[in-house]
Design a protein around this ligand. Structure first.
Ligand code: GAL
Length: 463
């Protein structure tokens, strides 16, 4: 399929995403308080190679060069998050003005270069002090979060017009409070359901607050979404397991937001969330966002697994199925993003969809100032083609952001998987634009089509 940026229309938002904890470093500099990821990384064997994000890409120091790079790459929108404990070291209470100054510098420099800043309020780095009081499992988190939202909107809302409340609540509650593989490393159904319900309340409450504080802002929130299919297409048990996994992974947070309640019919254990519900919570879970951020990387095949507690379902990994996959062992399956978009579009009440993350980790090699990551170029082209297909069929998708600008701290996987359009040498902090970064830049400049063949013949020589 040959296409150009023009095929998406004038108003389509092209961008790139990062998150505070993954790039900033400066974890205890200029008054920043610790977050749950800072303390989680201090524990042994929680993170690949026992890496931590104390320095990461040192975006705290290099932000101007990095934003200038976004500008040079012709990327008009930049999505980043605010580190809660950088501006409120204890989560609530005293403000750290040096933290506020930092984000003011970031925002102002973006605007100076004509780059539109998009802010995610919460991208997983809860202040450690709040975790000491139970974190997301404590209903008080609604007040703590409101305090943080208020602080961000009052300080940055005059210049930032696009806000996202939460990043992928299913991932931070599931991995952080059910499986214990992400910070804060808690396990168990009870802590997961409490955290999930409070996060679902916060996503709606955050939306309401932003709208009431600033009428001129667009407010959204983001969700992870993997297209799900049964491992054996004709096996009844696998089909049922897939329905359950889909309800848990793809529907648990978006449906209450849309006023549909939790998907308890398809995944029984969710009924127990009622233990954490107060009168009128059902209504409080709903809010009409201006846009929904969709984040897609892969599809998942699900098999019946009687020994897996609660869900009796498991993901069959791509490497086991012998299909092409990325370094995360995620299948490369571009139609997944098309299915995700179609599915969201079918929900009543979604006004606009923005793909706020899509990208891939491959074993990049840096040689003589070049990184020829042809697999990533192809991944991006194939996924963008699927977004266009959905758009041409009438799906209300109006933006696409690559995950991510530069290689960074990939949570429990440390620095091993590199997702960036820009290569980072973590010893010297040198940045090297990869071929994928060059391709995206040329595509956004509208001088190349999205075709691997054409790009290989001409595009890569054009820079
Ligand atoms: C998302 C997350 C990002 C990034 C990406 C790649 O789930 O929002 O922070 O890590 O996955 O794994």
């Amino acid at each position: 399929m040959l296409f150009t940026k023009n095929d998406f229309g004038e108003g389509f938002k092209w961008g790139v995403s990062t998150a505070a904890h993954q790039v900033e470093g400066a974890h205890n500099i200029d008054g920043k308080g610790l977050s749950i990821w800072d303390t989680f990384a201090e524990k042994k064997n929680k993170i690949f190679n026992n890496d931590n994000a104390n320095t990461a890409c040192d975006f705290y120091t290099h932000y101007a060069d990095d934003i200038a790079l976004i500008y040079k790459l012709n990327i008009p929108n930049y999505r980043f998050s605010i580190s809660w404990s950088r501006i409120l070291p204890h989560g609530v209470g005293a403000i750290n003005h040096k933290g506020i100054d930092f984000y003011n510098r970031v925002i102002d420099f973006c605007l100076e270069l004509g780059i539109e800043p998009w802010i995610t309020l919460y991208h997983w780095d809860l202040p450690h002090d709040l975790q000491q009081k139970g974190g997301w499992t404590n209903r008080e988190v609604i007040h703590w979060f409101s305090y943080f939202v208020d602080c961000c909107l009052k300080n940055f809302g005059d210049r930032v017009k696009h806000w996202m409340v939460l990043n992928e609540p299913m991932v931070f509650t599931g991995a952080g409070y059910f499986l214990g593989v992400h910070a804060p490393g808690k396990k168990g159904l009870s802590s997961f359901l409490a955290a999930a319900h409070h996060a679902a309340l916060c996503q709606a409450e955050g939306g309401r607050m932003i709208r009431s504080l600033r009428h001129d802002c667009k407010v959204g929130t983001t969700f992870s979404y993997s297209h799900i299919e049964p491992y054996r297409a004709d096996n009844e048990k696998d089909i049922r397991a897939a329905v359950k996994a889909d309800a848990l992974l793809n529907r648990l947070f978006i449906e209450p937001l849309l006023g549909l309640g939790y998907p308890t019919k398809d995944v029984k254990i969710i009924e127990r969330i009622e233990r954490f519900m107060y009168p009128h919570d059902e209504q409080k879970l709903a809010f009409d966002m201006d846009f929904i951020g969709l984040q897609n990387y892969t599809r998942e095949l699900i098999a019946h697994a009687p020994l897996i507690p609660f869900v009796h379902a498991k993901i069959i990994k791509a490497s086991k199925r012998n299909v092409p996959h990325t370094l995360m062992d995620w299948e490369i399956h571009p139609p997944s993003i098309y299915h995700a978009l179609k599915r969201y579009n079918n929900y009543k009440g979604i006004k606009e969809i923005i793909v706020t993350e899509n990208g891939a980790a491959f074993p990049d090699v840096h040689e003589e100032g070049k990184v020829n990551d042809f697999e990533r170029v192809k991944y991006l082209q194939d996924h963008i083609a699927q977004v266009l297909k959905a758009k041409q069929e009438g799906v209300k998708v109006n933006g696409y952001f690559v995950w991510t600008l530069m290689d960074n701290f990939e949570w429990a996987e440390g620095y091993f998987p590199r997702f960036g359009l820009v290569y980072v040498d973590f010893t010297t902090q040198q940045r090297v634009v990869k071929n994928s970064g060059r391709w995206y830049s040329q595509f956004l400049k509208n001088t190349v089509t999205a075709s691997m063949e054409v790009w290989e013949k001409n595009g890569s020589k054009m820079i």
